[in-house]
Design a protein around this ligand. Structure first.
Ligand code: SAM
Ligand code: DTB
Ligand code: SF4
Length: 331
């Protein structure tokens, strides 16, 4: 397959066959496709901030922030704008080019959205790209985000449609697909992926990838998270996934969505440097950077900088202004 073929008609059988390839053959194929489309030594980095933490009404079985589980998380109301700006500036100073703000909501209220739009505009004011993950949206809310010039909306499918009911019961798979379609319709880039290591089968992993790559347009960014096991959540104590299986999923995501950024996401704290290097070899080309994800730890900046130096890799720089900035520059 060449880089120009971005297919949307992959079958479950074809994807399972890719996953069943000998590891070296699979990684070689993924790396070959990767370098047809991207500089293989450059990784896009985003920094996360939880702008509203905990007391979420949803029951996602992996999540520290669900009100249904006793996870000893300290809840926090929506952060004031100045704190967000301070965090975004600190992220920029350390080399991040995108700032991702996450809120523990099933969906935002219109008043919440007013505050989030102020935050998005402030991030653009720092000449950083913006990303938010706020849960489900109404069409009007998606339009307002589009008008703000928001660069990316993160909304994960999380797992396969078949396994989904084992993890979440308060929101349907179709709800997620609908939110993604609504955001896409506003011209906002989509960041959508899932979590591995929740007790799902290889068939489920293939099925999740099939859902993602057969969307009308591939997500621009595909986060592959390894479950961060949080004490108090139903998924705490789940048998850990073979690290090579994680790398295989990264490789197959790269093959199926050759022009998307494949994001090595949650779970890096538990991964050694060799495993992360294998993920980059398999086609991962973006990651979260900074010592916190939303409520859990991520490797600190020094560890990542040392790893990048050892691998001769670099962080991507943004050349273009985010959409909102570009719009006002043209005016
Ligand atoms: N509340 C919003 C929602 O669920 O759409 C946005 C925030 S939510 C924390 C964003 C995503 O983070 C989830 O969809 C899930 O894929 C990922 N996530 C949350 N907790 C995780 C964990 N313990 N391990 C791995 N990924 C996790
Ligand atoms: C995504 O796929 N992973 C990020 C981001 N999108 C929002 C979140 C990971 C959260 C890990 C658990 C936590 O820190 O609460
Ligand atoms: Fe709430 Fe999002 Fe956590 Fe689900 S993943 S419980 S929606 S914060």
């Amino acid at each position: 397959m060449s880089s120009t073929d971005t297919r949307h008609d992959w079958s479950q059988k074809e994807i399972e066959a890719l996953l069943d390839l000998p590891f070296n053959d699979l990684v070689f194929q993924a790396q070959s496709i990767h370098r047809e489309n991207f500089d293989p030594n450059t990784v896009q980095v985003s920094t996360l901030l939880s702008i509203k933490t905990g007391t979420c009404s949803e029951d996602c079985g992996y999540c520290s922030q669900s009100a249904k589980y006793n996870t000893e998380l300290e809840p926090e109301k929506l952060l004031p704008l100045d704190e967000v700006i301070k965090a975004a500036q600190a992220a920029k100073d350390k080399g991040a080019t995108r700032f991702c703000m996450g809120a523990a909501w099933r969906n935002p209220s219109d008043k919440n959205l007013d505050s989030v739009i102020d935050m998005i505009e402030a991030v653009h004011g720092l000449n950083m790209e913006s990303c938010v993950t706020l849960g489900m949206l109404t069409q009007e809310q998606a339009k307002r985000l589009g008008d703000s010039g928001l660069n990316y909306y993160n909304h994960n499918l999380d797992t396969s449609p078949e396994f989904y009911g084992n993890v979440i019961t308060t929101r349907t798979y179709q709800d997620r697909l609908d939110t993604i379609a609504q955001v896409r319709a506003q011209g906002i880039n989509i960041c959508s992926g899932g979590i591995l290591g929740m007790g799902e089968s290889r068939k489920d992993r293939a099925s999740m990838l099939r859902e993602l790559c057969n969307l009308p347009q591939h997500p621009d960014s595909v986060p592959i998270n390894m479950l961060v096991q949080v004490e108090g959540t139903p998924l705490y104590g789940t048998e850990e996934l073979d690290p090579f299986e994680f790398v295989r999923i990264v490789a197959v995501a790269r093959i199926l969505m050759p022009k998307s950024n494949v994001r090595l996401s949650a779970g890096r704290t538990e991964m050694n440097d060799e495993m992360q290097a294998l993920c980059f070899l398999a086609g991962a080309n973006s990651m979260f950077y900074g010592d916190r994800l939303l409520t859990t730890d991520n490797p600190d900046e020094d560890r990542d900088r040392i790893l990048f130096r050892r691998l001769g890799m670099q962080f991507e720089q943004i050349e273009e202004l985010p959409a909102a900035e570009a719009k006002s520059a043209q005016a």
